[in-house]
Design a protein around this ligand. Sequence first.
Ligand SMILES: C[S@@+](CC[C@H](N)C(=O)[O-])C[C@H]1O[C@@H](n2cnc3c(N)ncnc32)[C@H](O)[C@@H]1O
Length: 222
Amino acid sequence: MKRKIIVTSDGSHSLEMEEWGETYHSIHGAIQESNHVYIEQGLMKFIHQEEIHILEFGLGTGLNAFLTMAVLVPKEKALVYHSIEAFPLNQEEYQVLDFPSLLPEFEEGKTLFATLHQADWNREVQLHKQVVIQKLQSKFEEVTVETNYFDIVYFDVFGYQFQPHLWSEEIFKKAYDSLKKGGVLVTYACRSAIKRNLKAVGFTLEIVPGPPGKREMTLAFK
Ligand SMILES: C[S@@+](CC[C@H](N)C(=O)[O-])C[C@H]1O[C@@H](n2cnc3c(N)ncnc32)[C@H](O)[C@@H]1O
């Protein structure tokens, strides 16, 4: 399916799936949305830890990984970041993304964003002295992930209206099993069917305010 680069309301880039009209991030601001949903509501809950393990469903542009590094690297915290993606960006796509230039205070940002995308797939890569990344090129439906290993799951798949099967009990069970007890799945979505499926695999839910343009979002605790 064809995709094109777009500019969102906070000036940051995103991608749009042309056939669906579905974007990788909120049109109200890609950086603003990722910061609110994944960083403030997810990462910051574990900021007291010296090492944080994160599993992402949907690497896409790498924005969530980039913002996570932008928080943890200057704080001298260690990060293990695994991300699953079936349809990686090509070089022409990731090279034009403007995220590093929008965070000039993150000195290593430009280099880390490039090496994140250039890193080999399907093996752990030491991206920085504090950062280990593993990009898994696989479908969510087929992937096998570590169990009881992650503090946070960033669940960032396309909307329920386009890919309802990815918001299923089957996929949520993988996310649940991958988390340590006390870990949290964070997602921008909040519709009833999603909440039902999260509860069915054992999560305890908390509904919190969403980013601009979205009333609510979901935190699911193991
Ligand atoms: C909402 S976008 C991810 C946004 C990403 N976190 C970012 O910051 O750019 C959803 C991602 O899921 C990927 N995807 C879609 N269907 C998939 C599947 N069945 N298995 C694995 N990845 C899939 C898409 O290629 C896309 O990169």
